[in-house]
Design a binder for this molecule. Structure first.
Ligand SMILES: NC(=O)c1ccc[n+]([C@@H]2O[C@H](COP(=O)([O-])OP(=O)(O)OC[C@H]3O[C@@H](n4cnc5c(N)ncnc54)[C@H](OP(=O)(O)O)[C@@H]3O)[C@@H](O)[C@H]2O)c1
Length: 219
């Protein structure tokens, strides 16, 4: 089974994705700025699942050790975290979950100079890394309940078709339908939708809005 590093996997979204992939049998490495915090999060997930396939390392080592790297940190930490994992991600797929939100007001999408967080990641990591943007519209509250039928979809943007195919498979393994939503330039749309969903969450005093693509054939 593929080894997946979840950078920021000590946090809400990353831990939820890690839980779902660990449950599906993938080898998971939680990455953190603090290796001890990563190990604690890994123990928590192993205990929840009754498995032993989750381990924890510092961010750089996690990226170096894994075959696929997932980045799930607040946008404020995006550039600094990419610097930590740049060496370890060369030649690999990086799945960017980051949704840039205005730190002054999380109800507002943030304009990113490169176009999107995913494009910023591509610029920083260079052409050998296949950056794919995905999962930005999945509330962590869905991920933590393994029995929940999520009902929401994942938009997958990137320039490498084969990499997107692998990410669509990972979404499926985590219980979600995912769609190839085009090139990395479209990542700004998926990332921006997160701010839209936060506004709807606040209006309805809930935490779990998501999106669903209509009109497509489903299995
Ligand atoms: N929460 C959701 O439901 C949700 C839904 C869709 C998309 N997203 C997106 O997913 C990403 C992660 O969200 P989250 O809610 O999981 O975030 P979070 O829990 O606040 O943070 C995730 C991890 O990022 C690291 N981190 C936090 N602040 C940092 C900083 N200033 N510098 C360096 N590292 C820092 C921390 O790991 P260590 O301290 O262990 O290094 C933390 O555990 C965000 O871009 C968010 O917009 C979240």
């Amino acid at each position: 089974m593929t080894t997946i590093a979840v950078i920021g996997g000590t946090g809400k979204e990353g831990k939820g994705l890690a839980l779902r992939w660990a449950n599906a049998g993938y080898e998971i490495i939680i990455g953190s700025r603090d290796a001890e915090r990563a190990v604690m999060a890994a123990h928590e997930l192993n205990a929840t699942l009754g498995n032993t396939n989750v381990s924890g390392l510092d961010n750089a080592a996690a990226a170096r050790t894994a075959e696929i790297v997932v980045l799930s940190v607040p946008y404020e930490a995006h550039a600094a975290t990419l610097d930590m994992i740049a060496d370890g991600t060369q030649g690999k797929i990086l799945i960017d979950v980051t949704a840039p939100l205005d730190p002054e007001n999380k109800k507002r999408a943030l304009h990113v100079p490169e176009g999107s967080a995913a494009q910023a990641a591509q610029v920083k990591l260079g052409p050998s890394v296949r950056v794919v943007a995905a999962f930005q519209n999945i509330s962590y509250t869905h991920l933590t309940d393994l029995h929940e039928d999520l009902g929401c979809d994942v938009l997958v943007c990137g320039n490498d078709k084969e990499a997107k195919k692998q990410v669509i498979e990972l979404a499926k393994a985590a219980g979600m339908a995912a769609f190839d939503a085009g090139p990395i330039e479209n990542a700004m749309v998926a990332e921006g939708l997160t701010a839209v969903l936060i506004n709807i969450n606040i209006a309805f005093k809930i935490k779990n809005t998501g999106i669903r693509v209509t009109g497509v054939p489903r299995d």
